[in-house]
Design a binder for this molecule. Structure first.
Ligand code: MRU
Length: 378
């Protein structure tokens, strides 16, 4: 079920990307991110099929939010299994369906596995459902706190640039949407930016439009304008030019999966920004919650599955028709030209200046990462 609501700008600070419809109802509500920035429409999710659709079709997106939504998918799977003729088989099928929704963001698999551990203590499906709901709520609250801490850890980097520039504004380039819309609150890459803005540091964000789904132009720009943070949307190809001319002080992006040696998968085009940053001595930071680290793999190029999506996302573009006052989808390419749509690319660790996590900042290599997460030593 869809609900259209007007965004109360004064309530933006309290806005989250996922919430319970009411305490007594089982369903959750999310923002349909495909409609932003043109319309603020919420979507009710009550079933595994609805969660699968929401993740696959990018009603919700961004690694931490995909994980949190899937966590409620496991809760719905328990509720549905209770009524199924063969609960164990039905539940296993639901879990596989959730795992198949999107391949790259490791938070999806992390959240499902954590939920499976959480429900082990339940004797009945009703008990398992209750445990799954509690655990999903905890994942949500933890994500808020983790993202807030990422902001705290990253803030000194912006403060230092501000001091070095003797009070001039700090220009930060970001790619895709690694903001609150990709998480629950704060965001990852945007969290240090929000916290710098709150401290009165003049920041300005170069927002890559991020073809083909335009998460930068639609989502990051929307978030930043709601927060009153100066920003400029640029076409994806502009970043190198801006860096060559000294218009970018730092780049900061999010990630969908980071390996134990610090290779980073993020939205397609991130690698090219990292290359340009290296060539121009622009520091290139990646902000991530520990839930996005895949400790089981090393070589990102060989081991991270890269999502390939429908060619329609490249050949058509949705937008707001001012004339018709509604969303329209228009074709960009000749109808018979094939298109390829790789969702992510891998930025090798050598191009990453540092990783910003909730536990601190480290070099993008195994030693650096283990200095913050010693429990992951083998
Ligand atoms: O395809 P998307 O929109 O889910 O991709 C999102 C990204 O690549 C984000 O940068 C990443 O998930 C970090 S979100 C905090």
């Amino acid at each position: 079920m869809q609900t259209r609501i007007l965004v109360n700008l004064l309530n933006m600070k309290k806005l989250r990307t996922l919430w319970h419809k009411t305490d007594s109802e089982t369903g959750i509500q999310v923002i349909d991110q495909r409609q932003l920035p043109h319309q603020f429409i919420t979507e009710d999710l009550h079933t595994v099929a609805e969660v699968f659709y929401a993740i696959r079709e990018m009603v919700v997106r961004g690694a931490p939010l995909i994980g949190a939504t899937a966590a409620y998918g496991v809760y719905f799977a328990c509720l549905e299994a209770e009524k199924a003729s063969n609960p164990d088989v039905y539940f296993a099928e639901c879990i596989q369906k959730l795992r198949d929704s999107r391949p790259t963001a490791v938070n999806l698999f992390w959240a499902i596995d954590r939920q499976l551990r959480a429900i082990e203590a339940g004797g009945t499906w009703a008990e398992k459902a209750q445990l799954a709901r509690q655990s999903a709520d905890l994942i949500v609250e933890e994500d808020v706190e983790i993202c807030r801490k990422i902001g705290e850890q990253g803030l000194p980097i912006i403060e230092k640039i501000y001091q070095d520039k003797k009070g001039e504004r700090v220009n930060i380039l970001t790619h895709c949407n690694a903001g609150m819309l990709g998480c629950i609150e704060w965001g990852t890459a945007t969290s240090p930016i929000y916290q710098a803005h709150q401290k009165g540091i003049p920041v300005h964000v170069w927002v890559d439009e991020t073809r083909p789904r335009n998460q930068g132009a639609s989502l990051t720009a929307w978030e930043l304008s709601q927060a009153g943070i100066p920003h400029t949307v640029i076409v994806d190809n502009a970043g190198g030019h801006l860096m060559q001319h000294g218009f970018v002080d730092m780049a900061i992006v999010g990630t969908d999966r980071t390996t134990r040696q610090g290779d980073v998968a993020n939205k397609i085009g991130t690698y090219l920004k990292a290359l340009a940053a290296k060539d121009n001595d622009v520091p290139f930071y990646v902000a991530l919650p520990s839930t996005t680290i895949d400790w089981t793999i090393r070589d990102g190029l060989k081991e991270i599955p890269i999502e390939e999506r429908t060619e329609a996302e490249v050949k058509f573009i949705p937008g707001w028709s001012v004339e018709h006052e509604k969303m329209l989808n228009v074709r960009l390419t000749p109808p018979d030209s094939p298109a390829a749509n790789y969702g992510f690319d891998v930025t090798p660790a050598r191009l990453v200046t540092a990783l910003i996590t909730e536990r601190g900042i480290c070099e993008a290599n195994e030693e650096g990462m283990l200095s913050l997460f010693p429990e992951e030593k083998k």
